[in-house]
Design a protein around this ligand. Structure first.
Ligand code: G3H
Ligand code: 13P
Ligand code: ZN
Length: 323
């Protein structure tokens, strides 16, 4: 039996993106795999009055079980209302790689899916993306496609180098597939090691602007947008971690991107770092603790602080839940 996302109180991305493009801000897309991450996301976005996209990757599905995650997202809708602010919440499949996976998520209540055909040749990417769009739109589920390849690791797929999105392809891709938003490759990458030490990390805002000229106001998505806060990296290393040369996208670059048609910014690694730093600290400072709540609690607080900061001072989504 299938469930439509509206029965769960979720929303798709259409209205969110329209408002974000007009308002010059980006919707946070935070990945979650467990309860503490989800609680932190919801508490932060409720307090900051921000719309939010909850992202589930294939890895998250394998780790936590798709059905459990779906029910958790449904619970998140009620939790936000209970906290006194029923913010718009979207449940999104991150980096779906097959039609079957996207269909399965749509059928069980996801309100948005990404079909990532970026590893395929252009024509195959168009064909696969169009197939997902055709199915998803029957249920008013929104679809994100991708053109160009990000360097780094996406699930089990590793790309050595960026293949930047070619501005000349975007109009044709959007027209042929009918996608609702487009993830592009302009120098961001997944994980905590995005740039070589000693370089001046910059993303290709020039390519972004070329893309915007070809498809004005069309919703653009940035993956791999963690900033890898250096105070958190230092905390991890201070308490026994070994993260050498972890470098991310500067908050300033992200702020600039939000002023364009970039209306969804994906952040996962920063949350992983924040949790790890907080847990390592407890393990070192209070080695006698063995109640998981005593280290997952501080981890949840660190995550919440991080997400609040992102909404308020990086993405600019704070205060836009009721636009
Ligand atoms: O883009 C990748 C996301 O950070 C999800 O990572 O596949 O390890 O869950 P994951
Ligand atoms: P980060 O690894 O930079 O957090 O990117 C996450 C992402 O793009 C999820 O799709
Ligand atoms: Zn991604």
């Amino acid at each position: 039996m299938s469930t439509h996302y509206t029965q769960l109180g979720l929303v798709n991305t259409r209205a969110m993106f329209d408002k974000a493009v007009d308002g010059g801000y980006a919707i946070p897309a935070y990945n979650f795999n467990n309860m503490e991450q989800l609680q932190a996301i919801i508490m932060a976005c409720v307090e900051e009055d921000s719309p939010v996209i909850l992202q589930v990757s294939s890895g998250a599905r394998k780790y936590a079980n798709q059905t459990l995650l779906r029910y958790m997202a449904q619970g998140a809708v009620e939790y936000a209302a209970e906290l006194g602010n029923p913010i718009p919440i979207c449940l999104h499949l991150d980096h779906g790689d097959t039609f079957e996976l996207c269909k399965s998520c749509i059928d069980m209540g996801f309100s948005s899916v990404m079909i990532d055909g970026s590893q395929h040749p252009y024509e195959k990417n168009v064909e696969l993306t169009a197939q997902v769009v055709e199915y998803a739109h029957k249920f008013d589920v929104t679809v994100e496609g991708e053109l160009g390849v990000l360097a780094g690791i996406e699930d089990d797929v590793q790309a050595e180098k960026h293949v930047y999105t070619q501005p000349d392809e975007v109009e044709d891709f959007v027209k042929k597939t009918g996608v609702d938003s487009l993830a592009i490759s302009i120098g961001t990458s997944h994980g905590a090691f995005k740039f070589k030490p000693g370089t001046d990390p910059k993303i290709r805002l020039d390519i972004l602007h070329e893309i915007e000229k070809r498809i004005p106001r069309f919703p653009i998505v940035l993956h791999g947008s963690s900033s890898v806060p250096q105070d958190i990296v230092a905390e991890i290393n201070q308490f026994g971690g070994k993260l050498k040369d972890a470098i991310g996208i500067s908050e300033e670059q992200l702020r600039l991107a939000t002023k364009s048609a970039v209306c969804k910014i994906n952040i996962d690694s920063d949350g992983r770092l924040a949790m790890t730093g907080a847990i390592r600290r407890v393990f070192v400072e209070k080695p006698a603790e063995f109640d998981p709540r005593k280290y997952l609690g501080p981890a949840r607080q660190a995550l919440k602080d991080l997400y609040k900061h992102k909404c308020r001072t990086v993405l600019g989504s704070a205060g836009h839940a009721k636009d």
